[in-house]
Write a protein that binds this ligand. Structure first.
Ligand code: SF4
Length: 401
């Protein structure tokens, strides 16, 4: 699943029962069975090999679905593996410190997801004897699990016949039906109905009822993953690869669709300070902890921000671009070596950049470079520290000694 996939939990999942197509539900214009046959054949041959696919562990499916929300697949792969190595079970996660969980989440962004995942694991451990519930309806009771995620977990991990409707699936369906993008509730209801028509019905019989590993029905989960894969790999937002599309013959638009305008990117220039000092044989770096009330990345650690005017006339040691949603941050990083015995706010020269940090002194902390990897760093801080080889080089010599 891709980044675009998962604006997700604001979007409806589709139940086969209890959410019947509305009266003005569109006529597909093709056979749902034929659509599924073509899609599943293509998915079997072309699905990307991803570490969370083919895994019979509902916890791992849950983790992957949460990580993939608003985050690129390529970014998630290593983090997913690291996370499972560190916290292989719900119980391990439920007993973890939030700081450790956030540290592992560093670079994935949207840290609220990590906090919700931890709370969800604690809830499952405490209230559900450590076992994830198996239906979309029950999964919705977990913190941070919305309609999309519940449907994805229920279908992929437990075989429930419930369709997911995320950004990728929505795009595919609109193009298949030749309908324009429409944010109205009525248009949404029609797509919900269509997604519900296409998802494979539950298999009857003992295996389907059991919903246990090895006997579960993979049809709905594979179908949902195939729909999302089609949107992510073939029916691309800008230039769909219709000639490679397994359902091209069933599609009403085949590339002749209206494309909504691209969201305009904003630009901002920001400055951060990399202040280092020696403590015996160790090197320490000054970090700022974001406020508990911050709307974004609360309590994560980052290099202290500097007002742009105090950096005038100085040359940054690093310039980089960092994108968050629709903003490109042009980041300048300045360095300063600080006398070993110095304390922030005391005994630093007047033109010291450390003295220009606007953050409250209580929010600042000197951290040994060897410990950085275990901290809940923001993605930008991690990227900067890695680029400047601070994380991998505990003994540094930069700036004036
Ligand atoms: S034919 Fe083209 S527009 Fe239609 S679903 Fe396939 S990729 Fe999308």
């Amino acid at each position: 699943m891709s980044k675009a996939t998962n604006a997700a939990d604001t979007q409806p999942a589709v139940r086969k029962r209890g959410n019947r197509p509305t009266e003005d539900a569109p006529v597909l214009g093709f056979s749902a069975a034929e659509f599924r046959r073509r899609l599943s054949g293509w998915y079997r041959d072309h699905a990307r090999v991803l570490p969370w696919r083919g895994v019979d562990d509902p916890y791992a499916t849950w983790l992957s679905e949460i990580m993939l929300q608003q985050t690129r697949v390529a970014t998630v792969i290593d983090r997913y593996k690291e996370f499972l190595l560190r916290f292989p079970t719900i119980s391990d996660l439920a007993n973890a410190d939030e700081a450790d969980v956030l540290a592992l989440w560093s670079g994935l962004g949207y840290y609220r997801r990590a906090r919700m995942l931890l709370r969800g694991a604690q809830f499952v451990e405490r209230e559900m004897q450590g076992k994830l519930p198996s239906t979309a309806l029950e999964l919705r009771t977990l913190p941070g699990v919305g309609e999309y995620t519940a449907a994805a977990i229920a279908s992929i991990a437990f075989g429930e016949s419930v369709a997911v409707l995320d950004g990728n699936v929505e795009r595919v369906l609109l193009r298949l039906l030749g309908e324009p993008e429409d944010k109205s509730a009525q248009a949404r209801a029609r797509l919900v109905a269509v997604a519900g028509m296409l998802v494979p019905p539950a298999r009857r019989g003992r295996a389907a009822k059991k919903g246990v590993v090895g006997e579960r029905d993979h049809a709905a989960g594979d179908h949902n993953q195939a729909m999302m894969e089609l949107g992510a790999m073939i029916c691309l937002p800008r230039s769909p690869l219709c000639s490679q599309c397994p359902v091209m013959e069933l599609c009403r638009t085949r590339g002749e669709h209206a494309t909504p305008p691209r969201a305009k990117m904003q630009s901002r220039t920001v400055a951060h300070l990399l202040a280092l000092r020696k403590r015996g044989v160790e090197t320490e770096v000054l970090l700022e902890r974001r406020a508990r009330e911050a709307s974004l990345m609360a309590e994560m650690m980052e290099l202290p921000a500097l007002p742009l005017d105090v950096t005038e006339g100085r040359e940054p040691v690093l310039r980089l671009r960092h994108s968050i949603t629709n903003t490109n941050y042009y980041v300048q990083v300045f360095t300063e070596s600080v006398a070993s015995e110095s304390v922030v706010g005391v005994a630093a020269p007047e033109d010291s950049l450390v003295e220009q940090i606007p953050a409250a002194k209580e929010a600042l902390e000197w951290i040994t470079t060897g410990k950085l990897a275990q901290l809940p760093l923001t993605g930008l801080a991690r990227k900067t520290l890695q680029r400047l080889q601070v994380m991998s080089a505990p003994r540094l010599k930069i700036g004036k000694e």
